[in-house]
Design a protein around this ligand. Structure first.
Ligand code: FAD
Length: 470
């Protein structure tokens, strides 16, 4: 392979400055940087990068059109498979997907596909997003429950196929985790808003403030005349450690802390006076994206010190590499191989500290990662006045009200065919975190896409066998 130019870095806000504001950290490529990066692409005959993408974005085509200066063609190629590219360009873990499969990456650094995706979609937003022509109506009615990435993708694809789609969302704003969880400095709300509007422009009718399972059940929707239903309600139920002291004032689930900060706009104080506690010394338990977002929000909201406590090492931390690096640069302190065993409180019931225990790595557990093993006698206390639990989540069971025939796993996730999204209940599909447990934006989108294709096939031929054991 001939010598290849180095990967183009994307400008970012200075770490010391950005640690005190909620403006976007990554600033995006200039046109020259984008073209230079696009020129690094080898335009492989067998593009393995596409295989690495759960929605099979036509990567070589959109990159080629970009470098040839045909920006609208680039947008068309990019959006052919992806209804939410400006979101994916910002938050997808490309390093373990398309970029990991990039042939260039075997000897050099891979093409920065995510940064190029962001550049092209931001360019389109700058020009004004084009509304596609509506497909002829099939006369079929579909309900999509949950307006996160899985639901939005499924709804958008079904609308493109001509089905009449109604989307029901529990919250007062669409986007799922993209709007209530991921902070403004990683994913501006305006970007989510623009991409949701695009999905609506495809013909999707969005109903907010509608909790399915409370206002109406899944069976009632079927009885109302919906021909098919997609469940994309995610995994928004937080988990706790079940250790002593978790009920002290000042212990938050990451979900609550991030929802108050983002969806309820505590980050825009004083314009929004959302009640939220900010400790001076904050411990965040966990090392996934949720933990990084919580820690970086706490810092921006005024904490003096923020500590990440994680029971394994940096190598096993589930957060995106880029977000770990950003957090470290901003001054978040990391305590690896360390696990909480008790939250300590004052007589008045407020958090005053956390008791920690050192760990060492043992044999791999069911997840394939080395199991953390406690080291006896290594306990010590850390003074903190706030603790945020970012330990993972499970599906909220609300949507399952009165549907005992919707089979679920022991973890509370819905049992669904991986390829088609079909659940064991006829005419009900499911995809995204509700099926996999907490995962990624693009895997949820991939599931929404596969379900939409299968729903379309079923609606054209409803007589087919519903469930075949795998
Ligand atoms: P969700 O995004 O959870 O959307 C589900 C929607 O359904 C929500 O809007 C919810 O309000 C609605 N709903 C729930 N119950 C009902 C009901 N009964 N009736 C009606 N509506 C209902 N992934 C990445 O790829 N990169 C990242 O950088 C990243 N960072 C993350 C940061 C945080 C803080 C969190 C929490 C997750 C992050 N993830 C990230 C994971 C990713 O966001 C999720 O995997 C993805 O959003 C799952 O999509 P979904 O559509 O399945 O569910």
């Amino acid at each position: 392979m001939a010598k290849v130019a180095p990967r183009n870095e994307m400008p970012r806000q200075d770490a010391k400055v950005r640690a005190h504001n909620f403006n976007e950290v990554a600033l995006g490529y200039s046109h020259e940087q984008a073209v230079a990066e696009a020129n690094r692409c080898l335009q492989c005959k067998k593009p393995t990068c596409v295989e690495g993408c759960p929605v099979q974005v036509r990567i070589p085509e959109f990159v080629k059109a970009l470098r040839d200066g045909d920006m609208w063609e680039s947008v068309t190629a990019l959006k052919d498979k992806n209804n939410l590219p400006a979101i994916c360009g910002r938050v997808c873990p490309q390093e373990t997907q398309c970029e990991e499969k990039c042939v260039l990456g075997k000897k050099f650094e891979p093409v920065a596909v995510g940064r190029l995706e962001r550049y092209v979609s931001d360019w389109e937003i700058g020009q004004g997003v084009r509304t596609p022509t509506a497909a002829p109506s099939t006369g079929k009615r579909v309900a999509v429950i949950g307006a996160g990435p899985a639901g939005l993708t499924c709804a958008g694809d079904l609308a493109k196929m001509g089905h009449q789609v109604t989307m029901f969302e529990a919250l007062h704003a669409p986007g799922g985790v993209l709007i209530y969880g991921i902070p403004e400095f990683r994913l501006p709300k305006s970007i989510v808003g623009t991409e949701v509007k695009y999905v609506q422009s495809l013909g999707v009718d969005l109903h907010l403030n509608t909790v399915v399972g409370k206002l109406q059940t899944v069976d009632e929707l079927l009885a109302d005349g919906y021909d098919a239903i997609f469940l994309g309600t995610g995994a928004g139920l937080p988990m706790f450690m079940n250790i002593a002291g978790e009920n002290f004032n000042g212990v938050y689930s990451a979900n609550e802390f991030l929802t108050r900060t983002n969806l309820m706009k505590a980050y825009l104080f004083p314009a929004y006076d959302t009640p939220i506690m900010i400790g001076k010394h904050v411990a965040v338990i966990g090392a996934g994206n949720v933990a990084m977002d919580s820690a970086r929000c706490a810092l921006r909201l005024g904490a003096d010190e923020v500590h990440i406590i994680y029971r394994r090492t940096k190598a096993e931390a589930p957060a995106r590499a880029e977000e770990l690096e950003n957090a470290e640069e901003e001054g978040i302190e990391f305590h690896f191989l360390t696990s909480p065993i008790e939250v300590l409180g004052t007589e008045k019931g407020w958090v005053r500290g956390i008791r920690l225990q050192k760990q060492e790595l043992g044999e791999p557990d069911a997840s394939g990662r080395p199991r953390p093993v406690p080291i006896a006698g290594s306990e010590y206390d850390m003074d903190v006045d706030m603790v945020i639990m970012a330990l993972g989540t499970r599906p909220n069971p609300m949507v399952f009200t009165d549907t005992p025939d919707l089979e679920r796993s022991k973890h509370g996730t819905v049992v669904a065919n991986e390829e088609t999204g079909r659940t064991k209940k006829p005419r009900i599909w499911a995809g995204g975190d509700i099926v996999t447990g907490a995962a990624t934006v693009i895997s949820a989108m991939g599931a929404g896409k596969r379900s939409a294709a299968d729903m379309d096939a079923f609606l054209k031929d409803p007589g087919q066998t519903w469930w075949v054991e795998q």
